[in-house]
Every structure is written in C-alpha cells, then in structure tokens.
Design a protein around this ligand. Structure first.
Ligand SMILES: [Ca+2]
Ligand SMILES: [Ca+2]
Ligand SMILES: [Ca+2]
Length: 376
C-alpha cells in the first residue's frame, strides 16, 4: 500500500524524564519529530566510557580485541543527513570511488558538477540527499549525525565517544525532510534503499518507519535481500507488541531484516520500545546514548533508533572479521545465537537477549578471510 505513513524519529530527550513519546506524522505528515537532541557541554574524551554505558554493556572493548572494523565494510545510514565535517566522523565517511580524485580538467570530481560515474547522481561523493535531489547532506535535525556516530565515530582520536565499528565507511543517504509529506519521505526512502544496494552497501541502517506497509519499499528491500544486503531496522517507539501491530520496514517478513528493540541501563526494555517474540529479534542499548551531533557537537538521544545503530555497528565488525557472516541470514542467526540472555527480555524479543559484541566476535571464525584494520 502506497499511502501516507507515519515516519518516526526517535528523539526523546535523555534529560527530560517526563517526556511522553507520541506517534507523530500520522495525521500531520509534515510535523517535525517530537523533540530535539540534547547537546552536551561537558568535556568528553573517548576513553571516558562512563558516559557510554551502552558500549560497556555490549562489551565493545573486549570485542575490539578481535576486530575494530574495516573501511571495506559500507554501512548506509538512511536518515536525516549527517554533519560530514564532524571531526569524529569525517574520516569514516564513505567515498564514492567514481566521484573521487581529479577529472581531466584537474577539478575534484566530488564537486565538479558532473556525474563522473554515470550513476544518475551528480557529485555523490559521500552519499545523496533524496529530499532535495542534491549532494547536500546537511543534517538540520541531528538524528542522522547521532546514528552515524554510534556506528562509526573515531576511536582514540582524543575526543568524543567511540563508534562501535571505529573503522567503517558510512554512506550518508538523506531521506527525511521536515517539510515533506510522509509519502514523499517514503518515496525518498525507497530511492535511498536502491542507491545503497546499487553502490555496494553491505548494511543498511534504517532508524525510522511507520505502521503502514509500502509495496514499493518491500520490493526494494526484497531486492536488497537478493543482493545480500543486511537491513537493520528499528522496532519502533510506540511501546506496542509488533506481533500484533506491525511496524515497517522492521516487520516486512524478509530474511535480510533484523528488527531491534531498545534497552535502558537496567538491561530491561525501554517503556517506549516496541517488542514481540515473533517479530523483534533482539534488544540493544537505546536510552541516553551519547554520540555526535551537527556542528561538531555531541549529545544524548534515546530510542530504538539508537539501539538499531548499535546492532549495525556490531554487524559491521562481524562482517570485517568473518567473510562468511557477510550473508545476512548467516549474520542474523549468528548474532541471535551469540547474544546475552536477560530475564527481563524473555517473552519480549525472539532471542530473549541483548546484543553482545564480545560473544558475537569471539565466536566468529577469525581464521577465514579477515579484512585489514588500522592500528588504533
Ligand atoms: Ca555520480
Ligand atoms: Ca562529479
Ligand atoms: Ca572519538
């Protein structure tokens, strides 16, 4: 069904205890997300893991002893754009090889106004803005920059948090525009999915969605499945059982989609997180997550969006560590098998467990082809 659908962006203020998440955009498709991110003013260093409880809970430090990721793994972040100049992100952005280097006139292909790789997009160096149909990836909201940082902020660069995959290539695909209709945002999503697959993304991170199905979106995701692209999708922020109230794209019954619920520091589900023993695969940290924000800043955001990014990060590490796990079904099965069972999650998500990067990495086969990584 190609109708309007509500697009949620999980942006509950971490520091505002009384925030009630409301379904948005269903009646007013142009309505902005409910809250803006909270910007941190504190001094943060990337070895100050007290601020990044989620990394501790999934045992990221231990996982990094196995692998810290590879730029050869491309994660497409389909979201609100990204601060591509953020010092904690810039080096980990994907660079389209067909729009890199100099053209015959000595001009940088990234900004020469020419579609150098003839893929239909002019100067798509780090990705594409499907809202404005330009290469301008500016993130007016902050959500996309936050998600990108959870997946792939730099490690040991002296500031900010560390992404779960400190070495990775982040392909920035902007689909969301405050002023666009829900239908337009959905159409942009479909175009972004197709771009990601065409341009070689290994993983699609989709931290959004809505309650209405879209045949075009399902078809694009099915094509992604046929091309071996993993899709990590947010279970949704409505506090509902997705087995009875499906949320899309997380709940298309496709073999390459991994649906993620959100936990808080107690390792229980956040109240706002959707759940479902049939439809939601596993849980990951989602409350008060510290990450990058536009204009070189940092701050906190909460929701299944953030949990989804945690899973995408671990998936990127796994793919770098073990080529066999490049296949989405194999990776999903591996992640579920090597997760951390939690009593509070039993009967809530299919695995009854939360993400555990250490278990996932240590149980993958390092003797197979392993991608190289940098030293830090
Ligand atoms: Ca191009
Ligand atoms: Ca160009
Ligand atoms: Ca950092």
């Amino acid at each position: 069904m190609n109708g309007l659908r509500d697009i949620f962006l999980s942006c509950v203020l971490a520091l505002a205890a009384t925030v009630t998440l409301t379904r948005i955009l269903e009646k007013e498709p142009h309505q902005p997300p409910p809250d803006e991110p909270v910007t941190s003013t504190g001094e943060i260093t990337d070895d100050n893991l007290s601020l990044t409880w989620g990394l501790r809970q999934i045992h990221a430090e231990e996982a990094w002893k196995n692998h810290r990721g590879s730029k050869d793994i491309i994660v497409a972040v389909i979201d609100t754009g990204c601060d591509i100049h953020h010092p904690d992100l810039a080096e980990n952005l994907w660079r389209n090889p067909g729009e890199s280097g100099l053209d015959e006139n000595g001009m940088p292909k990234a900004a020469n106004g020419i579609d150098d790789d003839d893929n239909g997009f002019v100067d798509d160096f780090h990705g594409w803005n499907f809202s404005s149909n330009t290469s301008d990836l500016e993130d007016e909201h902050g959500h996309g920059t936050h998600i990108a940082g959870i997946i792939g902020a730099h490690r040991l660069n002296g500031f900010g948090p560390t992404g779960i995959a400190p070495h990775v290539s982040l392909m920035i695909l902007k689909y969301f525009d405050h002023d666009a209709s829900g239908k337009d945002n959905l159409n942009h999503t479909v175009a972004a999915i197709r771009y990601a697959v065409n341009m070689g993304a290994d993983i699609i991170n989709y931290s959004g969605g809505g309650s209405m199905k879209s045949a075009a979106e399902e078809e694009a995701l099915n094509w992604a499945a046929s091309q071996g692209v993993l899709v990590v999708a947010a279970a949704g922020n409505e506090g509902l059982n997705s087995d009875f109230y499906p949320f899309y794209p997380a709940d298309y019954k496709l073999p390459n989609i991994l649906s993620v619920a959100a936990t808080d520091r107690t390792e229980g589900l956040m109240n706002m997180s959707n759940f479902g023993v049939q439809s939601v695969h596993l849980a990951a940290p989602g409350k008060n997550i510290f990450s990058t924000l536009p204009n070189g800043q940092y701050g906190y955001m909460s929701g299944t969006s953030q949990a989804t990014a945690f899973v995408s990060g671990v998936a990127a590490l796994l793919m770098a560590n073990d080529f066999q796990l490049h296949e989405p079904q194999a990776l999903i099965a591996h992640l579920l098998k090597h997760s951390a069972a939690r009593p509070k999650l039993k009967g809530k998500v299919r695995s009854g467990a939360m993400l555990d990067a250490q278990k996932a990495l240590e149980s993958s086969d390092r003797n197979l082809v392993q991608l190289s990584q940098d030293d830090n």
